[in-house]
Design a protein around this ligand. Structure first.
Ligand code: KIV
Ligand code: ZN
Length: 514
């Protein structure tokens, strides 16, 4: 029988803690639901002792998300373990994940501890965690660069103290596949009691080897893979969930392993995460990139027409990518939209549908043909979009190339309270001018950190999508905009950021007043 590999997702912890990928509580919940629908076995929701925001997010996920075991990270410090325990309290099934660095470099330069001290911290933490939670994971941070004998000793001690999972991370993405394979084989042969616990791998991608190393760990005997959607994570990222799962599945002949993941959710989950964090997935990214199932070269197209097996090792529909291009038009109704969305891997809830139908009809009026990618962008936009208080009524932008006039943006915004407001801004370019016009709305300082734009689907009337990150008075937000006019999509993304900032400061004022 195929060996079951447990998928431990750390998108919302290792992924979220990396620069440019931070998420608000609401955004974490949306991504958390998508991961639960994907059927990840364990969902790492955050690091509760790191900040009150992290604590609240873990608690909200533990309250709301059903299905996976919810876990939270903590150092081997009693205060951290207490925070993790309190944050996880509402979860139906929870796990405390405690870690300490074990490698000589970390012991000497970061912890200033001897091997004995590190070992004592690990054992005390696992002891404490097992008293309050019946599922405990111990991670030997930088395990890959740790002396084998000490690594084996500390894993044995953690197992004897009650850890049900031991994780050996390649924290700095230094290992090669054959090294990882050897190490896991050796640990599994050497550490007493290891056969009774789950053995986990957690690989970073600094040398682009995270997926290969995770697969090597599985071949060496690992039964849990820690990974993140779109491969997000510290520095170059973590092992990409969708890649490692599809490798295990596509090459089941070699690995003889299975996961419980619903792979048809990959495309939708990946797009949601990209929109929420304001980071597009590269076109050539394996499994979920736009080109992953595209065939441009004539010789490839010829082969594909004869048989898709000539150039495709996976079926696009197995990862939620649809081949059908033409779909709906302005006469299509709710049923057609819901049906098409379902085929594309989206279960639309009644309360989302009104908003999606308004956006769909509006687009269908402006655009002759609505493609799958258009519908997907509408759905993702509506999942990430939050309401008001301002919406864009009118926009006029002047650009300049070698001319006299200054780039300028005039816009009229409508407020939820029924008023409208018109503002004009100048700037170095049209986007800068929109920023200056919007700054007048909030009376704040907006600083754009990153901006990415792309076209969705084909043709002259193709939609444009903008994804951006910006700070408003030093607080970082992400925004997403969609329009048949690419500059307007930027304005929409910026307006979303402004709206988030306004709502955030209103919430702060209300909680201070309470
Ligand atoms: O990379 C790492 O070592 C980690 C641990 C905390 C699991 O993220
Ligand atoms: Zn990590």
């Amino acid at each position: 029988m195929a060996r079951k590999i447990h998928i431990f997702d750390t998108t919302l912890r290792d992924g979220e803690q990396s620069p440019g990928f931070s998420m608000s509580l609401g955004q974490k919940l949306k991504v958390g639901h998508a991961l639960a629908e994907m059927k990840v076995d364990i969902l790492e929701a955050g690091f509760p002792a790191a900040s009150p925001g992290d604590f609240d997010a873990v608690r909200a996920i533990a309250t709301e998300i059903e299905g996976p075991i919810i876990t939270a990270l903590c150092r081997t410090i009693p205060r951290d373990i207490e925070f993790a325990d309190r944050a996880l309290e509402p979860a139906t099934r929870s796990r405390i994940h405690t870690f300490i660095a074990t490698s000589p470099i970390h012991r000497r330069d970061k912890l200033n501890m001897s091997c004995d001290e590190v070992l004592r911290h690990a054992v005390n933490a696992v002891n404490m965690a097992t008293e309050i939670c019946d599922d405990v994971e111990f991670s030997a941070e930088d395990g890959i660069r740790t002396e084998r004998e000490f690594l084996a000793e500390i894993l044995q001690a953690a197992i004897e103290a009650g850890a049900g999972t031991v994780n050996i991370p390649d924290t700095v993405g230094y290992a090669t596949p054959s090294e990882v394979y050897d190490l896991f084989r050796w640990l599994i042969k050497t550490v007493p009691g290891i056969e009774n616990v789950r053995v986990s791998t957690h690989c970073h991608d600094d040398l682009g080897l995270a997926v290969a190393n995770s697969l090597a760990a599985v071949e060496g005997g690992a039964t849990q893979i820690e990974c993140a959607l779109n491969g997000i994570g510290e520095r170059a990222g973590n092992c990409a969930l969708e890649e490692v799962v599809m490798a295990l599945r596509t090459r089941a002949d070699r690995f003889d392993c299975e996961t419980g993941i619903d792979t048809r959710r990959f495309a939708a989950g990946s797009h949601l995460l990209a929109a929420v964090t304001g980071n597009f997935v590269p076109r050539n990214k394996a499994i979920v990139g736009e080109n992953a199932f595209a065939h441009e070269a004539g010789i490839h197209q010829h082969g594909m027409l004869a048989s898709s097996e000539t150039y495709e090792i996976m079926k696009p529909e197995d990862v939620g990518v649809q081949h059908s291009q033409l779909i709906l038009g302005k006469h299509s109704g709710r049923h057609a939209v819901v049906d098409r969305a379902r085929v594309m891997g989206y279960q639309l809830e009644e309360d989302q549908l009104d908003d999606i139908m308004i956006r769909f009809k509006d687009l269908a009026d402006r655009k002759k043909r609505v493609f799958d990618s258009d519908l997907e962008a509408i759905i993702t936009g509506s999942q990430t979009h939050t309401n008001g208080p301002w919406s864009l009524n009118w926009l006029s932008v002047v650009s300049r190339v070698n001319g006299e006039s200054e780039p300028m943006a005039s816009l009229t915004l409508a407020h939820q309270d029924g008023t409208t407001s018109t503002h004009t801004g100048e700037g170095d370019g049209p986007v800068d001018a929109i920023v200056h016009a919007l700054e007048q709305v909030t009376g704040t300082r907006i600083k754009v950190l990153s901006l990415a734009m792309r076209s969705i689907s084909l043709g002259e009337d193709a939609q444009g999508e903008a994804s951006l990150r910006a700070t408003v008075d030093g607080v970082e937000y992400s925004g997403h905009g969609l329009s048949t006019d690419i500059v307007a999509s930027c304005a929409e993304a910026l307006l979303e950021i402004v709206n988030r900032a306004i709502r955030y400061s209103t919430e702060i004022k209300q909680s201070n007043a309470a």
